[in-house]
Ligand binder design. Structure first.
Ligand code: FMN
Length: 204
């Protein structure tokens, strides 16, 4: 059973979630888990100026996925930072190259799940994930989120990400200074495990 964790990250927050998601999926017997990133689109000099180049060096070792490789997976967890309440352009561009897979129905019946990062608490955590689901449904994915059996979703003792649609983190109003909390990483871990467990049941 193959599980892919496919993300874009500019300052590392989605990457941290992706690692937690992958660790959760690896706990499921029989799961072969691989972490991938999608290609960057922002020009080098812009990344340099914004400090993103340095941040992205931390996960430069993660291989870049080709759209057609999605067909090899049984379950795919996608991670994206929010851009104006939606997925980022890098992920959008990647998904817009799945037309051939769509025509052939290559992704129909696979498990799909989404996790995300926003700068602020109400800056698009839910909309980024649920609008992403629209694309996954067109491609034929069976959508899986994070059920409330993950009780960390109800944590009101601190400011925290985490939604029933998928794990989230808050990067801070400047888009980068706050790091994913323990609560958020645990929810991401839960999501990876939950998705892999469902994929395993479906593959029997
Ligand atoms: C062009 C742009 C648009 C953004 N739009 C939003 C937004 O609508 N809401 C929000 O809370 N944060 C927004 N952010 C902040 C990013 O979501 C934040 O930097 C990101 O979640 C950090 O994750 P990363 O380190 O994995 O890239 C935006 C950032 C950029 C550069």
């Amino acid at each position: 059973m193959k599980v892919q964790v496919v993300f874009y990250s500019m300052y590392g927050h989605v990457y941290r979630l992706a690692e937690a998601v992958a660790a959760g999926a690896r706990e499921v017997a029989g799961a072969e888990v691989a972490l991938y990133q999608v290609p960057e689109l922002v020009p080098e000099e812009v990344l340099q100026k914004s400090g993103a180049k340095q941040a992205r060096a931390a996960f430069a070792h993660v291989p870049v996925l080709k759209p057609e490789q999605l067909a090899e997976a049984d379950a795919i967890l996608f991670g994206t930072p929010t851009r104006f309440g939606n997925m980022c352009a890098q992920m959008r561009n990647f998904l817009d190259q799945t037309g051939g897979l769509w025509v052939r129905g290559s992704l129909v019946g696979k498990v799909g799940s989404v996790f995300a990062s926003t700068g602020t608490q109400h800056g698009g955590q839910e909309t980024t994930i649920t609008s992403f689901h629209t694309t996954l449904l067109h491609l034929g994915f069976i959508i899986v989120g994070v059920p409330y059996s993950e009780q960390r979703l109800t944590n009101m003792n601190e400011i925290t990400g985490g939604t029933p649609y998928g794990a989230t983190t808050l990067a801070g109003a400047d888009g980068r200074s706050r790091q994913p909390s323990e609560n958020e990483l645990a929810i991401a871990h839960f999501q990876g495990k939950h998705v892999a467990e469902i994929a395993r049941k479906l593959s029997r």
